[in-house]
Design a protein around this ligand. Structure first.
Ligand code: BGC
Length: 785
């Protein structure tokens, strides 16, 4: 740890220009050095350390992605994973880890869902807090992200999330609020707008809520390239802009100082936070970590995260005497993580097929499917026929790896895989599907197959964890941290648009399916094991001294010989009838080890705030007086016990919800209905810029009809062609970023390929100042030559 800095003294000797320079980064990953103050180095997580140097990243342990790790429902495990990543960070000289991601999985097509924990705020927040505790136990700071309502990748740097304040607090901000209890050093603001204002300059979000309501005292850092108006951002509460603004921000801040829009005190306030961060997290790189120990932890985490979704006639676990066909290209090489800023250069990676070999299990392998039509037909016949001699067919099925920057097109598997699985099952094979996917997948063949094991994107030890689970070395103990819907049709089309109305309000994930009373494929919280667990009893005791305090104990028994884990879930159901409420909400969970033929008890403490709702008028949490259900469940769709308790509250009014929100939700919520709930007019949709009004804030897509933009777009496409595979998500991500990010962001993220001057040249040309713009572009080419 550094000597404690004399921050006030440093502020005295810095000139105003030096101060302003310190408000944005130095290069992609550092803060600016100031006198005796070294630079703080930042690197991405969340499923491992991504320490980028030049064009590559240092090798690091690749842990299960957050979407899988969350299936463990195990805060201690998540804390240990956080600590391991923190250790790798200290070894590499990283001071601030840009993780965990705490956004809610609002829609199963969300392209970054794999980086996030859950659709449920409580599960996300408690796992997030555990992760933060782990990381920070090593001295490295954690930066929770992306604050807030960053729930889609399409147009992520422009889209406006229109969210009513109650849903904002109870669903989207809740994970952050919970994780703040672990005192993360930093919060990263999101790219998108929230209710009409960019998160990077949203005073309500960054100051009124984050500082005043939640009491956060640490550093607010921008997502990379998220700053639009630096002065407005500073005034709203954004301390550090990342990365280097390449000179774009300094004049904006200077002008704002001169005009009085900001003061030197505003600058000092943010600088103090930057310097305090340095003081808290600065450590010299300390060299080493134990990759074997971390691999063992990645394996433990992967084992804890696979979810057994179906197991008819106890076809699993497999035994070694069974003749096995392994089917699917994914068995030869399958994604273990997603693409984008979270992508880790994994130290190890063994394919599923090699894993069978390592374990000395002989299998007949068929590649099964191909995206090439003719090749697919050939493989299809060969597989259905060839698998005939086998007792069980294990199909590795899944979607291509997801990536930051691109939403999933749908939740279906590639059609050739659905067709093959159906054909294999129809031909009478016993089919076990191992699912490699970033989240929910539709399974039109579900009734025909014998078993499904969700192996997700499970990190560098994922293939081994899946194999050992298939063969029964481990008893599956993961539970879904998100709902798997039957299909996505019923979710409506408020997703992926430039202005996205969150008209479902509080009803996200299982809360939504409860509200529309629709069956799902696999519910939130669901997962099987190889043992039989029964729920024996739930007891509720009211505290003697505190009327609103309860101790709830739930006892479960294991009827089999085999030790198992059970995730006991406790939900609360508001039955007061006073306010709009989801049918039930998760408030506690416990992962219990239940030894063979014995029982175990989970004990939970509930207090007043577990029954509270966010009163948007009073701007605080309050409790409705009345009856509440306390439900013990093994999943959101399997309530084992429900009892009613009375809770005293200071809220006795009725807050009538708009008629259209009467439960169950039968009709589509119209704009009008949502406006009523939202409590006023929606913020106006920003008009698309036109010739003459383009600025660096506009994207190439906005300017695509101008000559300058056309030239650049052509060059970008050429580059994408030479650096990425056709049809790959990497190509989609590269193009999505280049086309749909503000030119200022493209410039500061392009590592010199496009300078701010060139970007300005493109803007000038698009505005009709052809020669002026061209001159800027040509000058750059000349400088380069
Ligand atoms: C991502 C962040 C990430 C940052 C730095 C951004 O594009 O949204 O999650 O931390 O880049 O890599």
């Amino acid at each position: 740890m550094s000597e404690t800095l004399d921050i006030e003294n440093i502020l005295q000797y810095l000139t105003i220009d030096e101060k302003i320079a310190m408000l944005s980064g130095d290069g992609m990953w550092h803060t600016v050095r100031a006198g005796e103050v070294e630079r703080v180095r930042m690197s991405d997580g969340p499923n491992g350390l991504r320490m980028v140097e030049g064009a590559s990243a240092l090798p690091a342990t690749c842990f299960p992605t957050a979407s899988m790790l969350a299936n463990s429902w195990d805060t201690r495990l998540v804390e240990r994973v956080g600590a391991a990543i923190g250790t790798e960070a200290t070894a590499a000289g990283v001071h601030l880890l840009l993780a965990p991601g705490l956004n809610i999985k609002r829609h199963p097509r969300g392209g970054r869902n794999f980086e996030y924990f859950s659709e449920d705020p409580y599960l996300s927040g408690t796992l997030g807090a555990a992760y933060v505790r782990g990381v920070q136990s090593t001295g490295v700071g954690a930066c929770i992200k992306h604050f807030a309502a960053n729930n889609q990748e399409t147009l992520r740097m422009y889209t406006d999330a229109i969210v009513d304040d109650r849903a904002l607090h109870e669903i989207y901000l809740k994970p952050f609020e919970i994780a703040l209890s672990a005192k993360p050093k930093a919060v990263m603001c999101a790219y998108n707008k929230l209710n009409g204002e960019y998160c990077s300059q949203n005073k309500y979000l960054l100051t009124d809520v984050l500082r005043d309501e939640f009491g956060f005292e640490g550093l607010v850092v921008s997502d990379w390239g998220a700053v639009r108006d630096r002065a407005k951002a500073l005034a709203a509460g954004l301390d550090l802009e990342m990365p280097d603004s390449l000179g774009l921000s300094a004049p904006v801040l200077k002008n704002a100082l001169e005009s009085g829009a900001i003061t030197e005190a505003d600058i000092d306030r943010s600088l103090r936070r930057i310097l305090e961060l340095f003081d808290d997290v600065y450590l010299e790189a300390n060299g080493d970590f134990d990759p074997d120990a971390h691999d063992a932890l990645a394996h433990e985490a992967a084992v804890a995260s696979v979810v057994l979704l179906k197991n008819d006639n106890k076809i699993l676990p497999l035994t070694r005497d069974k003749k096995i066909a392994v089917v699917g290209e994914l068995a030869q090489s399958c994604p273990i993580q997603g693409g984008g800023s979270s992508h880790v250069s994994a130290i190890r990676n063994v394919s599923p097929l090699d894993m069978f070999m390592r374990f000395g299990i002989e299998v007949a392998y068929f590649s099964g499917y191909s995206s090439d039509k003719e090749e697919n037909d050939r493989r299809f016949e060969e597989t259905v026929e060839g698998a005939k001699d086998c007792d069980v067919v294990v199909v590795y099925a899944g979607t291509p790896a997801p990536s930051e920057g691109v939403d999933r097109k749908d939740i279906a598997l590639p059609p050739e895989q659905d067709r093959l699985i159906t054909a294999l099952a129809t031909a009478g094979h016993k089919v076990v599907v191992v699912l490699i996917a970033p989240g929910a997948v539709a399974m039109p063949w579900i009734k025909r197959v014998s078993a499904v094991l969700y192996g997700g994107l499970n990190g560098q030890a994922g293939a081994r964890a899946v194999l050992e689970t298939l063969y029964g070395r481990y008893n599956p103990c993961g539970r879904l941290s998100e709902t798997f819907p039957i299909d996505e049709d019923e979710l409506g089309d408020d997703f992926g648009t430039r202005r996205t109305l969150y008209r479902e309000s509080l009803f996200v994930g299982y809360r939504y399916y409860d509200a529309i009373e629709r069956r799902v494929l696999f519910p939130f919280g669901y997962g099987l094991s190889y043992s039989e667990i029964v729920y024996d009893d739930m007891k509720i005791a009211r505290d003697r001294d505190d009327y609103n305090k309860f101790t709830v104990s739930v006892t479960v028994s294991n009827k089999s010989m085999r030790d198992a884990y059970e995730v006991v879930q406790l939900y609360i159901s508001d039955r007061t009838g006073k306010i709009l409420s989801p049918q039930k909400q998760l408030v506690r969970y416990a992962k219990l080890l239940v030894e063979g033929e014995s029982s175990a008890t989970a004990v939970f403490e509930l207090s007043e705030k577990d029954f509270a709702f966010y009163d948007t008028k009073a701007r605080k949490y309050r409790v409705c007086d009345g009856q509440y259900g306390i439900l013990a469940a093994s999943s959101a769709a399997d309530i084992k016990f429900a009892k009613s308790v009375h809770v005293r509250g200071d809220f006795n009014d009725k807050l009538p919800a708009p008629e259209a929100y009467k439960m169950p939700l039968r009709e589509k919520i119209t704009d009008e209905n949502f406006r009523e709930l939202f409590g006023g007019e929606f913020p106006e949709e920003a008009p698309l810029p036109a010739k003459g009004t383009f600025t660096l804030d506009c994207s190439l897509d906005d300017m695509k009809n101008s000559l300058g933009a056309k030239l650049v777009i052509r060059a970008i496409k050429r580059n994408a062609k030479s650096t990425t595979l056709p049809g790959s998500v990497d190509r989609d991500a590269l193009l999505a970023f280049s086309m749909n990010a503000p030119l200022s962001a493209v410039a500061i993220m392009s590592d010199g390929t496009m300078t701010p001057d060139m970007a300005q040249g493109i803007v000038d040309m698009a505005n009709g100042k052809l020669f002026k713009g061209l001159a800027k572009l040509i000058k750059k080419q000349k400088d380069r030559a």
